[in-house]
Design a protein. Structure first.
Length: 665
């Protein structure tokens, strides 16, 4: 029996899946999906055949997938390949494609799962890599055992450029962190690691030609050339491009520690330890600056086969250029009206160097100026309008402005922002210049211990925005799938779920259980905010708290069910509101011995207001006629009082209470 073909938008509008209907959790949603009643058993008889292309990269991808399936059934699976017709999984790939991924690679695939086998076809190995992840997501289980849900999938990405910027300058991230990040990216079909390798706070790559870059600019925390090659190969194996960024002419203090002659002034210069923008800037008027950049870009581009090279170009502080006589003289002599024109002149020279080494320059939206050659790609971090403006001027663009996940945005916030929104004013030709988007994780407050919990699972929501049809926008369904995807991401070694338990143990000892419950209801404010410099250990309550704790979406889902008359949901809400109301007293009881309890006192008070308002509203829903006069005004006031005025944390749940309130009124 087949269920009717459902395109994703219809699938999401359909009634909630009942016990009889197949249920799967795919993320990102495929371009076209038909679920069927078929079930392909997963047991130790599982085998794979590769009838056409059978190259090493495909074999490694299949081996990784089989290993994960083996973990799920807790039994070894055979690694030898079967004859075509007998296999459980047939991976039929027409061509190897580029071993080093490229922007225009065809990542499409089809996947059919019947009662007897799964057939994955793809024009290139990279499509098969994407399809294997989908197959792993089709695995489900019930009383009869593990199985793959029957499906007929035709899939291809909406955008070619689906990236993550990882800033390893503010805080260094070791190779194993980068590799497991790549594993997570591959799971959700992201295809670009934008590696922000230098900034004021650190230069993170070994240069053999100019070794004082890492020797003086990194505190010894940098990647060797072998490590870079290893990461690039690891990414390529997963169909992920690695684009390096060396941010110039601003954000480059770390270069000047070993090479003060690149800037003006007498120095000595030091690695920046705090955050923001800094005055020392490259001197764009000296030939020696370009000679140095040519040497470094020439050497380091040899480590990065990607066709794109990110030059940075953001937040150039003009102070030094304005106040240096030789620079002002140069500007007059060359007819450069202001410091922006000087930056563009610098970029023209820089682009010649980048292009000489066979790379296409990418830069932040400050580089977008009228007389810049349109061969550059503009990455918009300041606004979606900036992306539209550069597309109108004929530039290829990448959108990042809405996807700053270090700003502690919720998954819903980043999910609903579209690189090409439905009301876009761009022409189809201009829209075609929008290559895609990148989530950004800037590293001010992100240590190796924290990085997984700051990236995941929210990054999966961004990944879906970049891969899936623009019509896939159902937020409650996204949260349902995100919760499952979050668990699955731990399978490849990510530690975001483990993070809370571990971090809480550091500071709460015997009260860990209390803090784990409490942390479920609070979020860091804005940037996270704990740690004005690079030396902070990031082991406080706010660092353990998650940007979008699952309780926030769970409360909202319960509220939606409760207003539909679901009494079980109403009961669950009542329990949750009671718990939220109680943390203030419970923390007070342990505050003497635990600084973290004192840190949490203010937000626990705010949370109490939400819990009490929620409790009153549940009572009113239950006993409409008995509701005390004035209760709803009181609930409103409590919610208003739950907005933090200061401090590093904010409570969740006010929006869920508002949904309930509206329904009573
Ligand atoms: C940026 O956030 N300055 C690119």
């Amino acid at each position: 029996m087949r269920f009717p073909t459902l395109i994703p938008a219809l699938f999401l509008l359909a009634a909630p899946i009942t016990a009889q209907q197949p249920s799967v959790t795919l993320m990102p949603m495929p371009a076209s999906l038909t679920l069927t009643a078929a079930r392909l058993a997963l047991d130790t008889s599982f085998t794979v055949a590769l009838p056409h292309v059978h190259d090493a990269r495909l074999e490694r991808a299949v081996t990784r997938a089989v290993r994960r399936l083996s973990m799920r059934i807790a039994r070894p699976l055979p690694y030898q390949y079967a004859l075509d017709t007998a296999a459980t999984l047939i991976v039929d790939v027409a061509a190897s494609g580029h071993a080093i991924p490229e922007l225009d690679d065809d990542e499409s695939y089809t996947l059919q799962v019947s009662d007897h086998r799964a057939v994955l076809t793809a024009p290139n190995v990279v499509g098969a890599i994407r399809g294997l992840e989908t197959l792993l997501q089709l695995q489900a289980a019930d009383a009869s055992g593990l199985y793959f849900q029957g499906a007929d999938i035709r899939d291809t990405p909406r955008f070619r450029w689906r990236g993550l910027l990882l800033d390893v300058s503010r805080h260094f991230e070791p190779v194993d962190v980068v590799k497991r990040t790549l594993d997570g990216m591959a799971m959700v079909k992201l295809n670009v690691l934008h590696w922000h390798l230098s900034d004021d706070q650190g230069f993170r790559v070994e240069s053999r030609k100019e070794p004082r870059l890492q020797e003086f600019g990194s505190d010894g925390l940098y990647y060797t050339q072998d490590e870079i090659r290893d990461v690039v190969a690891y990414a390529a194996d997963r169909g992920i491009r690695v684009m390096p960024e060396f941010d110039v002419p601003g954000h480059s203090s770390s270069w000047f520690v070993g090479y003060p002659e690149l800037t003006v002034g007498s120095g000595p210069f030091s690695i920046a330890r705090t955050w923001g923008t800094f005055v020392p800037t490259m001197d764009p008027t000296r030939e020696s600056t370009y000679h140095f950049l040519d040497t470094v870009i020439g050497e380091i581009s040899g480590l990065f086969p990607d066709k794109y090279w990110h030059v940075g170009g953001d937040e150039v502080d003009p102070k030094q250029w304005k106040t240096t006589a030789t620079i002002q003289d140069y500007m007059r002599a060359h007819g450069l009206a202001n410091e922006v024109a000087l930056h563009t002149a610098f970029n023209r020279r820089l682009f010649e160097i980048v292009q000489k080494h066979g790379r296409i320059p990418v830069g932040w939206d400050e580089i977008f100026q009228p007389d810049l050659p349109t061969s550059a790609v503009i990455q918009s971090w300041r606004s979606s309008d900036a992306l539209a403006a550069s597309a109108r001027a004929g530039f290829h663009g990448i959108l990042s402005a809405p996807y700053y996940i270090d700003h502690m945005k919720t998954a819903a916030d980043v999910y609903l922002a579209d690189p090409i929104p439905v009301n876009t004013t761009l022409t189809p030709a201009q829209q075609a210049l929008v290559l895609g988007g990148e989530a950004c994780l800037w590293g001010e407050y992100v240590t190796p211990d924290l990085v997984d919990s700051r990236l995941w699972p929210r990054l999966a929501a961004v990944a879906e925005r970049f891969w899936s049809p623009g019509s896939v926008t159902d937020v409650p369904d996204m949260y349902r799938r995100l919760a499952v995807t979050s668990h699955r991401l731990e399978e490849v070694g990510l530690r975001h779920e483990e993070h809370v338990a571990r971090a809480v143990t550091w500071f709460a000892g015997d009260s860990s259980e209390l803090f784990q419950r409490f942390i479920g209801y609070i979020r860091p404010r804005d940037f996270g905010g704990n740690g004005p410099n690079q030396m902070y250990p990031h082991t406080a309550l706010v660092d353990a708290a998650l940007p979008d704790p699952p309780a926030a979406a769970a409360l909202m889902a319960l509220a939606r069910r409760a207003v539909q008359g679901d009494t079980a949901a109403l009961g669950a809400l009542q329990d949750r509101f009671a718990e939220m109301s109680g943390f203030q007293d419970r923390l007070a009881a342990v505050a003497v011995e635990l600084p973290a309890a004192r840190d949490g006192a203010m937000v626990a008070g705010l949370l109490r207001n939400i819990g009490v308002a929620g409790g009153m509203t549940v009572d009113a829903l239950r006993h409409r006629d008995l509701a005390a006069a004035g209760w709803s005004t009181t609930a409103d006031s409590l919610l208003r009082l739950a907005v933090p005025k200061a401090g590093g944390m904010r409570p969740v749940g006010a929006d869920a209470v508002r949904v309930l309130l509206q329904s009573v009124r």
